[in-house]
Design a binder for this molecule. Structure first.
Ligand code: SAM
Length: 277
């Protein structure tokens, strides 16, 4: 049993982790939360009584505090050694189910909130899966630079495919940013907590929008006309211009509403490219 969230200290959590003398696997981004502020910030944004899906259990510290506010927590961990430790940390909590597996591959149960101190190596594919699964709310601690990409606006250096696909489906905000020593062992980067809240998608055909951004953002600093000509042809330039989009705009300046118009005009072209592949 862990101390109450208002009483637990960084030292308590470091002692708990070091007690197990784990050999950590770098590839799996095994940096465990030891700053109680991070845990409090997360649980304060989990509506009480909600069903939570957690990705990356670690030794189960965050899971433990999630279980105090949620009606049910399903938590997925890829490393069987950590899963066995988490079973001890979480013993006696009957609203927690532990699942061993790769969170990118195994089926997800339906949940109100997905929570993760995200393993850095799976950040982008995890966010893409959250979007595809239509998870209603996600609370993610991610590398600060990736958080900046998620909230970035047209014209900014960070603005790109991930910003567009995410903002098309979610309202995204950064809740807080934490120094490396909030985690043990400390990573080399700052982390930010972001909340993503599902909204009406900006466009109904996400595959077409994804294909469109994949093509355009190969050359983010070129004008739209140049990129369309290079990869599809002059008919695509005409179709996009006829939809009312200025084809002399640089790709990185295109807002989501314009990209939706571009995607919609490119639909027949993209379908024929895909069908011929
Ligand atoms: N939630 C814990 C915490 O906050 O202390 C652990 C967070 S740690 C940054 C990420 C965890 O995700 C590690 O325990 C790691 O083994 C696990 N992990 C890495 N890749 C995974 C994957 N594909 N599926 C499930 N868990 C994964």
């Amino acid at each position: 049993m862990l101390p109450d969230i208002d009483a637990v200290t960084r030292d308590d959590l470091i002692r708990l982790i070091t007690r197990y003398r784990l050999r950590l696997i770098k590839r799996l981004s095994q940096h465990f939360v030891v700053d109680p502020t991070v845990i409090r910030d997360i649980i304060n944004h989990v509506p009480s009584g909600s069903k939570v899906l957690e990705v990356g259990t670690g030794i189960g510290v965050l899971t433990y505090y999630l279980a105090k506010v949620a009606s049910q927590v399903v938590t997925i961990e890829i490393d069987g050694r950590l899963m066995r430790i988490a079973e001890q940390v979480l013993r006696g909590l009957d609203n927690v189910s532990l699942v061993q597996g790769d969170a990118l591959r195994i089926p997800w149960p339906s949940a109100d909130v997905l929570v993760s101190n995200v393993p850095y190596s799976i950040t982008s594919p995890l966010i893409i899966r959250i979007i595809r699964e239509g998870v209603p709310r996600a609370l993610l601690t991610i590398q600060r630079e990736v958080a900046n990409r998620l909230i970035s606006e047209p014209g900014n250096d960070d603005y790109g495919r991930l910003s567009i696909i995410t903002q098309c489906n979610y309202s995204v905000s950064v809740l807080n940013t934490y120094a490396p020593d909030s985690f043990y062992p400390s990573p080399e980067v700052y982390s930010s907590l972001v909340v993503m809240i599902r909204k009406e998608p900006c466009y109904s055909d996400m595959k077409i929008l994804e294909s469109t951004t994949n093509i355009l953002f190969r050359h983010r600093n070129k004008v739209l006309r140049w990129v369309l000509n290079k990869y599809i042809g002059p008919d695509a330039v005409n179709a996009v211009a006829n939809a009312g989009v200025n084809v002399n705009t640089r790709v990185r300046q295109l807002g989501i509403n314009e990209l939706v118009k571009v995607a919609d005009s490119l639909k027949p072209f993209i379908n024929s490219i895909v069908n011929h592949d």
